[in-house]
Design a protein around this ligand. Structure first.
Ligand SMILES: Nc1ncnc2c1ncn2[C@@H]1O[C@H](COP(=O)(O)OP(=O)(O)O)[C@@H](O)[C@H]1O
Ligand SMILES: [Mg+2]
Length: 281
């Protein structure tokens, strides 16, 4: 077997994953690697199979049939669009669910403080706003110190301002806990804001992988690169800004992309073989 020359070996490894419901093929041979601590956004049109892929990774897809290899770490947590808190347990009880040992309560309290809900531990879920409930769900996931966090549109039901606050929170939590994260989202800006890499699903296959490496905020290049990534991703999703006259990253970077001068470098954006064109090819 050839030696793995990459600096980090993947913590998630999916090969030739096929999933179908009755006669309908939903995933038609998905390959995906996620590195330890890497934040990956999974984009795709509605019905493209994003949730099916996430559920397969979480081993929650008993209705589907299929084949392929999935390797995921044992310690994984899942967050959905709805917080799925148990209404008959108080907030602290919800975070402690499934934890055992004498430390459970201490850890759950610490997790609630991390999501800035330490003062609400005795509340019932129904007394919390949607955003607060999602923060409890995040605390419940992270208290287990997962190596992999799977999140299916976790902010999809929140208003815009709450969503922005949740972005900040998730960024801080992921910097502290460093789980690998697979975030399903239909929001291109959310993907760029949060993730290291975007993976675009189409027709049950991975159409493209786009590095979302941006210079730090305050860098004058950041806004231009952000705009370039945005139009690239929207183009890949076939919405809005897409089309031939759209500025691409090549335009933003100038006719000759300068190696090292931009966070997006030659070869970082690539379409999968068999899908034709290569960006920066
Ligand atoms: N439990 C199910 N039974 C039958 N069909 C399903 C089931 N779950 C998903 N599908 C179908 O699989 C396709 C992909 O669904 P899904 O993975 O939920 O897409 P996405 O999350 O990208 O919107 C859709 O056409 C959907 O109708
Ligand atoms: Mg979905």
């Amino acid at each position: 077997m050839a030696a793995d020359v990459r600096p980090l070996s993947p913590i998630v490894r999916v090969r030739n994953l096929v999933r179908q419901f009755t006669l309908k093929g939903v995933l038609n041979g998905v390959d995906l690697d996620i590195l330890k601590g890497e934040f990956v956004a999974l984009l795709g049109r509605s019905g493209s199979g994003k949730s099916t892929l996430l559920r397969a990774l979480a081993d929650l897809d008993r209705e589907a049939t299929g084949s392929g290899d999935i390797r995921v770490p044992e310690r994984l947590s899942v967050v959905f669009q709805d917080a799925r808190l148990l209404p008959w347990k108080r907030v602290l009880g919800n975070v402690m669910l499934g934890l055992d040992g004498s430390e459970a309560e201490v850890r759950a309290r610490r997790a609630l403080e991390e999501v800035e809900l330490g003062a609400r531990e005795a509340s019932w879920p129904s007394e919390l706003s949607g955003g607060e409930q999602q923060r409890v769900a995040l605390a419940r996931s992270l208290v287990r110190e997962p190596e992999l966090l799977l999140a299916d549109e976790p902010f999809g039901a929140l208003d815009a301002l709450t969503r922005i606050r949740m972005h900040g929170l998730l960024k801080r939590l992921s910097a502290v806990h460093r789980p690998a994260i697979l975030l399903v989202t239909h929001d291109v800006d959310e993907a760029i804001e949060l993730a290291d890499r975007a993976v675009v699903l189409e027709d049950g296959k991975i159409l493209a992988e786009v590095s979302l490496d941006l210079p730090p905020s305050g860098d004058p290049l950041r806004a231009r690169l952000h705009a370039g990534l945005r139009s690239t991703l929207l183009g890949l999703l076939g919405v809005g800004e897409g089309g031939h006259d759209e500025p691409t990253l090549r335009d933003h970077a100038g006719p000759e992309p300068v190696e090292g001068a931009f966070a997006v470098r030659r070869g970082q954006i690539r379409l999968r073989p068999g899908k034709g064109e290569e960006y920066f090819g």
